[in-house]
Write a protein that binds this ligand. Structure first.
Ligand code: ADP
Ligand code: MG
Length: 313
């Protein structure tokens, strides 16, 4: 039986040799994506998302560790045939019509001649471009090009779709169209793995998500799992002039009335900050706990790691 895991990465490392010296893009990355889920892959620029995706596709070799696609070693023809891929930067032959170019991709994906028309029609239908099939790609907006990109990834009917930075640079309407398409793909039993740095998008559409940073997995789970128990503490303080400069590591927002300052911190850092603030003569007016959104979890996590990494250097 095929593996229940669509993607399985174990202790994956990748070091690029460059003129500036080695660049450790992945440092022991673990990841499990289950069959049939929409999975959001989150990380700042340079986190290692595209590198791990390219290893999954066999476009580059890992330095060490394992990468599997439905239990098959990544990069093999068998594994590759399970994946439809939309690269981070996709360029198309702009003079060709959507239908013409999709036919080329269908043939490249190994679709039998007798099935090419049917698969192309179906893929254009799913992404809402059926009525633009005879338009040249050059006439398409960026959102339409991304939709075409999904049709191109889908045309060979692969069980796994890997979409790198699917919605970067698109307007909110185009983003919403793409989210709707992802849900349609899940209904059709495709596993959808996409990288993003738009948290609201990940929150609204994904079954599970992972945050990677510095080439390692930081957290992984359902959206409630990622955001529950990850509260922020909001503090309303009177901050004497003398204390303000010594608390400059935390953003102190001006609050009403104007002599008060508001600080918002992850739960795990708030006690120490509060003790320090009181020690410097601050007076506490209010302490409240608020839930963190995925965006705040992401922000706190990546910032904390960056601070810790700098501290070690
Ligand atoms: N071909 C390459 N040669 C050298 N360094 C690279 C190469 N590709 C990626 N990197 C470096 O690896 C790190 C991870 O990059 P990448 O996987 O593209 O991140 P992301 O997709 O999350 O933005 C970055 O520091 C990037 O500069
Ligand atoms: Mg990338």
């Amino acid at each position: 039986m095929e593996s229940e895991l669509a993607i399985h990465l174990r202790q994956l490392t990748k070091t690029f040799r460059t003129l500036r010296g080695p660049v450790e893009a992945l440092r022991g990355l673990d990841l499990e994506v289950r069959r049939g889920e929409i999975f959001g892959y989150i990380g700042v620029n340079g986190a290692g998302k595209s590198t791990s995706i390219k290893i999954l596709l066999g476009l580059i070799q890992a330095t060490s560790g394992q990468a599997e696609v439905f239990g098959l070693p990544a990069g093999t023809l068998q594994a590759r045939s399970k994946i439809g891929y939309l690269p981070e930067v996709a360029t198309y032959h702009e003079f060709m019509t959507a239908d013409e170019l999709l036919r080329v991709h269908a043939r490249l994906a190994g679709v039998e001649s007798s099935q090419v028309s049917r698969r192309c029609d179906f893929s254009l239908e799913v992404v809402g471009l059926a009525d633009r099939r005879r338009s040249r790609i050059g006439e398409f907006s960026k959102g339409m090009k991304q939709r075409f990109g999904i049709a191109q990834a889908l045309v060979g009917d692969p069980p796994l779709l890997i979409l790198d930075e699917l919605t970067s640079g698109l307007d909110p309407f185009a983003q919403r169209d793409l989210r709707d398409i992802l849900v349609r793909l899940r209904e059709r039993k495709h596993t959808v793995f996409f990288s993003s740095h738009y948290m609201t998008e990940v929150e609204s559409v994904c079954d599970r998500a992972a945050i990677i940073h510095g080439g390692r997995l930081q957290v992984c789970g359902t959206i409630p799992e990622l955001t529950e128990n990850r509260e922020r503490v909001e503090l309303l303080l009177e901050v004497p002039e003398s204390a303000a400069s010594q608390l400059s590591d935390v953003h102190l927002e001006v609050a009403e009335p104007a002599d008060l300052r508001k600080a918002s911190l992850p739960r795990e850092l708030s006690d120490a900050f509060l003790a320090r603030a009181i020690g410097l003569g601050c007076s506490v007016r209010r302490v409240s706990t608020v839930h963190r959104s995925l965006e705040e979890v992401f922000y706190d996590l990546t910032r904390r790691i960056d601070v810790e990494t700098k501290a070690k250097v």
